[in-house]
Design a protein around this ligand. Structure first.
Ligand code: PHE
Length: 339
């Protein structure tokens, strides 16, 4: 090959790169000339076969040409990008956009949203209350006096300074706060964070979420409670899931009941998840203990009410088949990306 051939070659290549009409044509030129099997690349690879005295010039010339072509390519690409496809702002609206990274909701947030949605549809308003709470709201006004053994139901974090405050052990204190400020009818749900001095394990976390419910009016009955909770269970776990009410005890409700749903893992036959019982406990509830009305100035002769409280992590774990509550608080993306 003579040096004259190089000139012709360079002219031909420059012509093609310089006149490519769009990005596709430019890409075709790149492949044909400087791609892995392009003409220049192939010529470069053939240099060792040239007579020894021709090799240096061939190498220099071809490498220079390759460099020039790739600069020309970049310049033309920039030109296309700047001119845009027919948009005078220079913004190419036909250019495929970059897909932004879209985050996702945490499974606890999703579950909270699901729970709130169901009760909103039933006419409940959303209320909130403080996480640092007085003993009065967390215990006393809920009919849990000092030294009452029922206080042992909640392992409590107490504040040092000022002393005597608690991190609320449940969302029930908001029942009192709302009733103090609002005449019946009251129909609220209260989502929120709660704290208990539990040692973390697969089912306990010192920080967790609850959703409280409270409905007080004339003529509110236990049948209405049962109906509302059934609707809730069916909406979250499927319309054919069996439910049952099981007698229980809470100082602030009388009578009290826990709601169970049929174990969906074993269909009620008994398995590890339901500890052989065929049932899964999902919340505590009951008729508002009339003692509470004395604390908030309601007339126990006139109004009745029901209340319930559920652990959001528990619901999320059952709904999504999560077997360790700690997974919900470790912020491991490999776990969170599954939701
Ligand atoms: N506050 C109770 C708990 O945390 C749950 C509950 C709420 C029970 C309302 C009955 C009525 O254990």
């Amino acid at each position: 090959m003579s040096s004259l051939d190089y000139k012709a070659l360079a002219a031909e290549a420059r012509q093609i790169f310089g006149t490519a009409a769009d990005e596709q044509e430019l890409e075709a030129a790149r492949v044909a000339w400087i791609g892995r099997k392009g003409r220049i690349t192939v010529l470069l690879r053939q240099i060792p076969e040239l007579p020894e005295d021709e090799r240096p010039l061939a190498g220099r010339t071809l490498n220079t040409l390759k460099g020039d072509l790739s600069s020309l390519l970049d310049a033309r690409l920039r030109e296309f990008a700047d001119s845009g496809a027919g948009d005078e702002t220079g913004f190419d609206i036909t250019h495929p956009g970059r897909t932004p990274f879209i985050g996702r909701l945490h499974p606890i947030t999703k579950t909270l949203d699901d729970i709130i949605e169901v009760f909103r549809e039933m006419g409940f308003d959303v209320a909130e209350g403080p996480e640092v709470e007085s003993e009065y709201y967390n215990f006393e006004a809920l009919n849990i006096p000092e030294h009452h053994p029922a206080r042992g139901m909640w392992d409590t974090f107490w504040t040092k300074s000022p002393p005597g405050l608690v991190l609320r052990t449940h969302t029930s204190p908001v029942q009192i706060r709302i009733m103090e400020n609002q005449k019946p009818p009251v129909r609220i749900i209260v989502p929120g964070r709660c704290y208990r001095a539990d040692t973390p394990d697969a089912t306990h976390s010192p920080v967790f979420y609850q959703v409280e419910g409270l409905y007080v009016d004339e003529g509110v009955s236990m049948a209405m409670l049962r109906g509302a909770l059934d609707t809730f269970a069916h909406r979250l776990f499927g319309s054919d899931v069996p439910t049952r009410f099981r007698p229980s005890y809470f100082p602030f409700t009388e009578p009290s009941a826990e709601l169970d749903i049929g174990c969906f893992q074993c269909g009620g036959n008994g398995c590890r998840l339901c500890k052989g019982s065929g049932w899964l406990e999902i919340l505590g509830s009951g008729m508002v203990n009339p003692e509470l009305y004395g604390f908030v100035g309601y007339d126990p002769e006139k109004v009745t009410g029901y209340a319930f409280g559920m652990g959001v992590e528990r619901i999320a774990m059952l709904k999504y088949g999560i077997d360790d509550i700690r997974l919900l608080y470790e912020n491991d993306l490999r776990f969170l990306e599954q939701f």
